[in-house]
Design a protein around this ligand. Sequence first.
Ligand code: FMN
Length: 328
Amino acid sequence: MIGWSADFIRRVLDKAPEGVVVCEARGGEQPVVYVNDYFQQLTGYTAAELLGTDLRRLQGGDRDQPGRERLRRAMQAGTAGRALLRNYRKDGRLFLNDVLIEPVHDDGGRLTHFVGFHREFAIQNPRATPQGVPAPAPAPAAAPAAAPWQREDALTGLLAREHFMELLRLQWALGQRELRAVTLLMFDIKGLGQYNRSAGQSGGDAAIRRIAGLLTSAFRRGADVIGRWEGGTFCVLAQSAEMAPTVAHARAVVQRVIDLQIDFPLSPRGEVLTLSGGAARLMPGDGVTVDTLLMLAQRALDAARAEPESRVMVASAESCGQSSVSLD
Ligand SMILES: Cc1cc2nc3c(=O)[nH]c(=O)nc-3n(C[C@H](O)[C@H](O)[C@H](O)COP(=O)(O)O)c2cc1C
């Protein structure tokens, strides 16, 4: 490493398969002092346009983002932080910026800079890259140690609820811009509490893991996003042009869970573990928020839970605030 010039290090960083940015750690402002080639291609801004500015400019007027708060808190604490942010390229196009920042200290241990690593996150293809930029190297097989910004649920490996919600909000914002409806599915293991009483906590956890694995393969259609909501409840952000095939697929998935034949001797019906499902689809627009979509999907799931049989119910919004749940 001795003798490496700044120019050489620059050339190396310009080969990086993701955006690399260095900012000074200066109170409330973090002026950019370095950006690599990838970051310039990602954002459409040149280095000259970015140097000396704060990267919050990439948010434009779109400032109501929980990820922004998280980055700010990490910076105040001088720790690493990660967030998925809605950012805008120079030409105004929205993109989802997967930002990881790390503190950098001088020899005396004083915080002097933050380095940022940036990737475009596309819901259609999480490994998508900006046009003309080589695809990033595959992630290492070994899982990194748990970090405060951990995005995965420890038991199932599915997205943690908070991160799922972040993606749902982002998808909602994209839907609003592109006039695209958003489809949310929720599944719940029927009688999990009772199952835990007979199979024990570890038996219940094993069942949750197995069902999560099945959901992962069933919805791994390139674009769907799956999370663990809580306990035995799962959520799926389904990419679909129409509701009917999505609901048919959800019903087929429930049948596949039944086919796993996970023994549930003390179930009220003396059968095997199964799922209830709820589905809702909404077009983002005036007066309709992502909370309305969540409320509808949960209402459909609650209606399905109340049925003795395993069902997938669909909620539809007749008008704002009004909903009906149909059996079919
Ligand atoms: C190294 C580094 C990289 C950053 N990269 C981005 C970025 O790409 N997009 C963005 O919106 N914010 C980015 N930020 C965060 C903003 O600069 C800002 O700190 C954040 O929006 C919180 O501050 P605010 O609440 O004043 O906006 C980055 C911050 C640092 C330190």
